[in-house]
Design a protein around this ligand. Sequence first.
Ligand code: C2E
Ligand code: CA
Ligand code: CA
Length: 455
Amino acid sequence: MIRRWDRVRKRRPRPRYLVIKDSVRRRVSDSGPFDDPTGFFTRAVFQKVLDRVVDENTGTERPLGLFIFDLDDFRILNDTHGVAAGDEYLRQLGKALETFLPSNAIKARIGGDEFAILLDETDANKARVFAEELARYLRDFAPVMNNRSLQMTASIGAAVFPDHTMRANDLILKAEGALREAKRKGRGKTQVFDPASLSREMVSILRGQTDRIRLALLHQRFVPYYQPIVDVATGKVVSAEVLCRLREEDGRICAPDTFMDAAERFGLVTAIDRLVISMAFDALVAQRKKLPQEFEISLNLSSLDFDDDALVADISRLARSKGIRPGRITFEITETAALRDIKRVQTFTAALAAEGFRFALDDFGMGFSSFRYLRDLPLATVKLDQSYIRSIDSQPANRVFVKGVSDICRGLKIRTVAEGVENHETLNSLKELGVERAQGYLFGHPVPDLPYTKP
Ligand code: C2E
Ligand code: CA
Ligand code: CA
């Protein structure tokens, strides 16, 4: 597998994600990946391809531009000329775009009149220029149908990796947000995502979110879920990561991507973290007869937690009052959090580490992957980000990265945990590379009860 990939690259130095695109194309070709009139990818396939491409570019940080556009008057065309005319327009548009776009562009029709285009080597500046060119091209595109030439404008939104986000789903959300902004300006307009200007719509969505979060805090509807972490050598569950969930009034369980962003923006995340920490400590105590004595848990901290001057004292008081040995508790910190104010993070971690609490650097590989934190923070663990782990067997570079980090950490007596382990091949690779612990759907999804291996 690795060899073949290398050969492909040596012989033809073409953009790397085209290789993926072909393999995805092959893999999904039986399940109808292509949209009918245009021959582009469907939304479902596009999401998979985007996931893979973003994974691929993580680490090298080669920029990617995602453009989402929709045709301003397509519904009118469908209503007045019929669906067949609409399909014919789309077919011709598909053909025209094939010639207009660079040959390695990834193209998808993601909605009735909504398209996505992914371009490599495209940063925010290039995205701005390209969006304008595309808008002009679409405005001038006028296929002749029923002896009439049909002209339409399109609104375009764009977002770029890694400047606006490093997550594939988020890239789509941000390009779609930019598209809504473009539409607000009128027809045929373009907009590149601007982190500084939250649209009024976004602000009001976030406001609504804060009411939802405040209510959930009031009624203690944030609950800890637990995902097992296993020892790679023995296969035993030795620890669990606490992952927060919001239980809606109707009982639905929601993951952090539906509330964390708003919670952070409106300063509510520390209240959530306090609640989750205390509930997880309670669970450790309640389950102490069942759990192995040294069973560990790890808890996520947000960068805002370090601004809360009382948190250190509250955590140590809480552990003491419940009779929990601090060595069983690890707090996970992301590089972004450390980056924001390294001095504060150092004070916070030093105080808790002095009492025996442990710290992990989370999502290592996502950001700058600076080794400085391995030196400057009292780390017991480094968690290797899932984007490296999931493609460890298909991406030689990721394997090298994981091996390097694992070797360095071993030398520094820092434990490594691989995240996002979904199959046995990955687990075997991790064994070979000397990664000590693993977490992922292969061993279990996050669940409401503490997982452990029965003796
Ligand atoms: P994270 O700390 O990187 O947590 C790992 C995420 O990956 C979890 O998503 C988990 O469910 C998911 N995951 C685990 N194994 C696999 C796998 O094999 N494949 C794939 N595709 N995904 C896997 P979740 O629970 O949605 O949490 C998302 C993020 O929300 C977390 O990322 C963490 O940054 C944040 N978070 C969760 N709970 C808390 C909390 O109590 N406090 C704070 N501040 N942040 C939290
Ligand atoms: Ca984590
Ligand atoms: Ca993580």
